[in-house]
Design a protein around this ligand. Structure first.
Ligand code: FCB
Length: 442
């Protein structure tokens, strides 16, 4: 039997654009994902989040499902374009009302709300003036955060400023696979800095509003190992680590960008928008760090790669059905590393999970033994780290529901609850039943 510390939070996670649907309802404005998902070829099958899990209309049913599974916490995000349809200016009260209903519903069911303020759905009108590459966006974000804080002040147990700023910056502005779909290193670095500044300003806004919950940030951290011990592979690995992990951890916990990466990037992009003085804001003390874990990369030097001079080796089995290596040890390395190298801070695993090809049997059942095993092995790592003194206080499975998986559309099922996207029927998978037992056994 796995043992977890007293008070350990067993949760599930979602994000607004991936589940809510109701894209044109109650005054919601458009986000960069509404735009991006309409560009031919960007999203698998041309899917959009217009309807998604229709969670906006099925809130009570979904909250009852959370009770049915028995989770102690629920991580969700607030859609900025529901609150400020134009990105700034007038508040849309109906948008705030929806999230008030959500947190009230959680309280009635004794489930702790963990609220993410930015899970990638930037108002399109802010993108029209440069989005995250524009410094002003950080200040607009802080205004949005203040409006949410004022309305939900004492209703939220944990506030997460940003979800995975690495993805917003580098997948959205360098790789171009996510909204807004740019492909420029300079744009990615400027966006990353403004996201970090936005995070720091959001922390200030939450502290100024005197919110009663804890305040933190969620980073996607990757476990990065060299393909060989050659000097070139080690240096390439340090650069991938520098990009995916240290570029965010160090400003937040040490108040500076990693020197090796600054030198590397300065030869490839204009870093003048990265104002030194912002670092004091970015490094404001936090109450916790959220860790999203999906990836372990094995890295080799690749001189032809213009950006990092590095390449990731093709993934080897065991893999999820999304082709991602299943490596619970990577989560262990990350938790131990963050706890040892950075300011000792409470950790929550705010996302971890896997996509498999789930289907309903003729008997109406969804069996996902691969996901049960995935969750079991990752939970075991968390329990072991906790018993070894790593201050990890909770785990949120990604995801509560099958949902709109960004560029992969509805083709990747990550839920512990199956969603039939034709009828919107929900069916607990065996992983949800396994989770219920794990929680009940505590
Ligand atoms: C993470 C995202 C989340 C989901 C999972 C599979 O990068 O934060 O929204 O898409 O991946």
């Amino acid at each position: 039997m796995m043992k977890f510390p007293e008070g350990f939070l067993f949760g599930v996670a979602t994000a607004a654009y991936q589940i809510e649907g109701a894209a044109d309802e109650d005054g919601r404005g458009r986000s960069i994902w509404d735009t991006f998902s309409r560009i031919p070829g960007k999203i698998h099958h041309g899917d959009t989040g217009d309807i998604a899990c229709d969670h906006y209309h099925r809130l009570d049913e979904d909250l009852d499902l959370l009770t049915d599974i028995g989770v102690g916490a629920y991580r969700f995000s607030v859609a900025w374009p529901r609150i400020f349809p134009e990105g700034c200016g007038a508040v849309n009260q109906k948008g705030l009302d929806f999230y008030k209903r959500l947190v009230d519903g959680l309280r009635e069911r004794s489930i702790k709300p963990m609220l993410t303020l930015y899970h990638w759905d930037l108002p399109q009108m802010l993108q029209d003036v440069g989005g995250w590459t524009n410094r002003d966006t950080a200040f607009r974000f802080a205004e949005f955060v203040a409006a949410v804080a004022e309305n939900l002040q004492d209703d939220v147990a944990q506030w997460v400023t940003l979800n995975e700023p690495w993805c917003s910056a580098f997948v959205g502005h360098l790789e171009g696979r996510h909204a807004p779909g740019e492909e420029s290193l300079a744009a990615a670095l400027h966006a990353a800095h403004h996201l970090l500044l936005g995070h720091g300003l959001a922390v200030q806004a939450l502290r100024a509003a005197n919110v009663s919950g804890e305040i933190g940030l969620t980073l996607n951290l990757s476990d990065v190992t060299p393909a060989t011990e050659s000097a070139a592979d080690l240096a390439a690995t340090a650069r991938i680590d520098g990009n995916e992990n240290r570029w965010f951890l160090e400003p937040v916990f040490r108040g500076s960008y990693p020197k090796d990466m600054v030198d590397w990037y300065a030869k490839r992009a204009d870093l003048s928008p990265l104002h030194e003085a912002d670092l004091a804001i970015i490094a404001a003390p936090l109450d916790f760090l959220g860790v999203n874990y999906y990836e372990q990369h094995v890295v080799r030097a690749e001189p032809s790669d213009q950006i990092h001079g590095a390449a990731k080796l093709a993934p080897t089995p065991p893999l999820t059905d999304a082709g991602v290596p299943i490596r619970p040890a990577g989560l262990e390395h990350i938790l131990r590393r963050v706890s040892a190298q950075y300011r000792r801070i409470p950790l929550y695993v705010t996302e971890n999970g896997a996509a498999f090809h789930d289907y309903i049997t003729p008997e109406g059942v969804v069996d996902d033994p691969e996901r049960v095993s995935y969750l079991e092995r990752h939970f075991a790592v968390v329990a072991e780290c906790a018993s070894d003194g790593v201050d990890v206080r909770g785990y949120f499975a990604w995801s509560f529901l099958d949902n709109f998986e960004w560029a992969e559309g509805y083709s990747r099922r990550f839920g512990i609850v199956f969603v039939d996207f034709g009828t919107e029927q929900r069916i607990l998978k065996s992983s949800a039943r396994w989770y219920r037992q794990l929680i009940a056994a505590q």
